[in-house]
Ligand binder design. Structure first.
Ligand SMILES: NC(=O)c1ccc[n+]([C@@H]2O[C@H](COP(=O)([O-])OP(=O)(O)OC[C@H]3O[C@@H](n4cnc5c(N)ncnc54)[C@H](OP(=O)(O)O)[C@@H]3O)[C@@H](O)[C@H]2O)c1
Length: 429
């Protein structure tokens, strides 16, 4: 190609951008040697050029004019680290001008990934997005390449660090939800407005990206069923432990004969399951493939250096492709639309906690309601009663959700049951 370096434009020098620059400064020699050619960051777009930066960069690299990057024909690669959906225009413009894109932006890839990848294909370029899910954990490349020989049956992930931190603290330190959230915010693991994380929307976007790669599908992210953790009570975590489980916010994608099942919800995870040991802000993805069996990817799901590590790994791959003029096929273009199975058609075991009157016939009534809907019970405990009340906790065997819901509707009407406090799904060992 006759180049002696590949020029890069960075959009954003915040948390991840800083990590990227630190890694390039720390490991620059090895990175260039792996890429086969020198990598030069030519310009960095920021909002405020005067702002203090945690990384030393030549001030002449900073600009507040996107055109200085997008319109520079010498820049081959644009790394988008601003975030949000407004950057779509920058990405489109860069692709149209023949630049490769690297991004850590899950919102963009989950909502506009398919269209942007088509645009990349039409311009003979590609988009790399390893950092958009799981921060520093390699997930995109393993699903696209390393596990490519498999038919993936199921992916189960803990892919939101904020909620995993909160749930871990609720479990291990017996904190209530609000306390654990305050602590996560104080330590920088939760944003001031954490609703996207707590309500499961962040995990749903990430699941959408991963499921499309795992199942060769073109899913719309609104086909993911989403339930968050903000109603979770510490009491349920204590009961779950007593029964041999912990509670995690899971993102589950499965390919069933009827179609794809995609859901994000809190679930009881057996303490013996590898995902039960994923603690604090860490993330993990558990993958079941028909050749490999089960494999789990585990590590830091966010942070400047871990996320920067994924971005720079993408950069090495792009630069190798540019340097060796490797044909740049976009695998995602062949993905197909697939049917999505509604949650009520899916089968799960369920955990149920309720307040009952401490009187004869309550257990018999419960047993009847479940057996009429063909839902069988796996475990049941009754806690000491006070003032004529008892707390009953039970776990069912796997049943179709619509059957379980029908039993629940009967239980609601049952005079012996005063309140149904919590219902959570349970994943098998
Ligand atoms: N943080 C993580 O651990 C993490 C992990 C995985 C993925 N991600 C993703 O990585 C991306 C970046 O996240 P981040 O945490 O690094 O964000 P951040 O700390 O908020 O940094 C954003 C950067 O973009 C610049 N910027 C914002 N709006 C701009 C505009 N209109 N024009 C020019 N520059 C603008 C800011 O400039 P100033 O510095 O001048 O304000 C800042 O440098 C997001 O898509 C995020 O979802 C982040």
């Amino acid at each position: 190609m006759g180049k002696d370096s590949v020029q890069v434009g960075l959009l954003g020098l915040g948390t991840v951008g800083t990590g990227v620059m630190q890694i390039l400064q720390m490991n620059g020699k090895q990175i260039s040697s792996r890429a086969g050619i020198d990598i030069v960051v030519k310009k960095i777009l920021v909002r405020d050029k005067q702002k203090f930066r945690a990384v030393k960069v030549d001030p002449s690299l900073l600009t507040t004019e996107a055109a200085e990057i997008l319109e520079d024909p010498e820049i081959d690669v644009v790394i988008e680290l601003i975030g949000g959906l407004d950057v779509r225009w920058y990405v489109e413009e860069a692709l149209k001008r023949g630049k490769f894109i690297i991004t850590a932006n899950k919102d963009l890839m989950a909502t506009a990934g398919a269209a942007l990848l088509r645009l990349a294909r039409d311009n003979g370029r590609n988009i790399y997005y390893e950092a958009s899910v799981g921060g520093g954990i390699p997930l995109i490349r393993p699903l696209k390449h390393s596990l490519g020989a498999n038919k993936i049956v199921r992916i189960v992930g803990i892919i939101n660090g904020t909620t995993n931190y909160i749930l871990t603290r609720m479990d291990l330190a017996h904190l209530e939800f609000a306390e654990a959230l305050r602590e996560a915010q104080a330590k920088g693991f939760a944003e001031q407005d954490p609703s996207n994380d707590l309500e499961g929307r962040d995990a749903a976007y990430k699941l959408c990206i991963l499921a499309n790669l795992a199942f060769n599908s073109n899913l719309h992210c609104d086909s993911v069923y989403v339930e968050g953790i903000s109603n979770l009570q510490q009491r349920d975590i204590i009961y779950a432990r007593e029964l041999g489980f912990t509670i995690k916010l899971l993102a589950i994608g499965e390919e069933l004969p009827e179609g794809l099942a995609l859901r994000v919800h809190p679930a009881l995870v057996p303490l013996t399951h590898p995902l039960a040991g994923v603690l604090f802000e860490n993330n993990a993805l558990y993958v079941e493939g028909n050749a490999i069996g089960e494999v789990m990817f585990y590590g830091p799901g966010a942070g400047a250096m871990p996320t920067g590590s994924s971005v720079v790994a993408d950069l090495i791959e792009v630069v190798r492709n540019i340097n060796h003029q490797v044909e740049n096929g976009i695998m995602e273009i062949s993905f197909q639309d697939k049917n999505v199975v509604p949650p009520y058609e899916l089968a799960s075991a369920f955990y149920l906690r309720m307040q009952a009157k401490d009187q004869p016939g309550v257990f018999a009534g419960l047993a009847n309601a479940f057996s009429e809907e063909m839902v069988s019970l796996d475990m049941i405990i009754q806690k000491r009663s006070s003032e004529g009340k008892a707390e009953i906790v039970l776990v069912t065997h796997a049943a179709k959700e619509k059957k379980f819901n029908a039993a629940l509707a009967k239980i609601h009407k049952f005079a012996g049951i005063m309140a149904i406090n919590s219902v959570y799904r349970v994943i098998p060992k």
